[in-house]
Design a binder for this molecule. Sequence first.
Ligand code: G3I
Length: 317
Amino acid sequence: SETLKAAAAPRYFGAALGVPHLLNFTHDPLFDTDAVLQFSGATPENEMKWAYIEPERNVFNFTGGDIVAAFSEANNYVLRGHNLVWYNELAPWVETLTGEDLWNATVNHITTVMTHYKESFNLYCWDVVNEAFNDDGTYRENVWYTQLGSDYVPNAYAVARSVNAPLKLYINDYNTEGINNKSDALLALVQSMKAQDLVDGVGFQCHFIVGELPTDLEENFARFVAAGVEIAVTELDIRMNLPPSEADIVQQAKDYATVMNACTAQGAACVGVTTWGITDLYSWVPSTFPGTGYALLFDDNYVPKSAYNSTIYALRG
Ligand code: G3I
């Protein structure tokens, strides 16, 4: 029967997987028999973030990340490493560091985490720096920017390249899906880093609101592809007010198709799509934006939505 992964091939179709949910999933017959087989990619939802993986300086805990990686490998998924340098879910000790000490800790983090995964699992890529920009296109004032200036970004990629040269290095962000100040700034940075062979891919998170997709999604993706990098849709979900109205359900199906079409329009340069979870039951959306949800392709009971059908139809072309 039809699956997301078959429709998406040769691209991958992935989902964010979290250990707490994964442990439930694997005891859930619906997940075992159907949902796992729908996908060909995975991103650990939280497990590879700094706060979990290096909670104290030079004390590394790969347990959660390894569970997701092992599950992913057992199912032949394309695995995205997420992420190495991010202001959120950052271990508190990092934010107390200054200057060269901060940089040394950052080099140690990137090197140790990438080396562990290089030796243990077969990752497709790493999101090296996540969410570097503000919406107005200025640099986000995280601890690295404040202490080290904007050079922290290319410098982090240079470290990552030196640890694992063939691995694809991504920069990942949100509100960069359409043409705007933020995506202009990202594009300029990508062009500069690409010229130095520091970056290979751009991840567009795509946390959308139903009916509010940027109208220039395809055009924006194309200008990044023209810069010589590959792209991926990395965290797709399309939320709506709860309970979902019939009109929003119809619009959501159209919106998912719009995202697929923007990807396939880039040909081989758009390598895959990842939804930020499988079922609404475990989605981050309702706790962050109360009163909204119904954002993924499977509802709380793993029943595929209209958007599931429109996604497959659009991917088939
Ligand atoms: O692990 C603690 C647990 O011990 C505690 O009891 C519980 C109480 O709140 O919190 C747990 O941590 C939560 C963590 O998810 C694991 O469940 C954090 O509070 C919560 O903030 C965290 O949210 C995650 C968020 O990133 C921040 O890291 C979401 O699950 C995750 O979906 C979300 O994903 C991000 C991407 O990485 C980057 N792009 C945006 C996207 C959505 O925010």
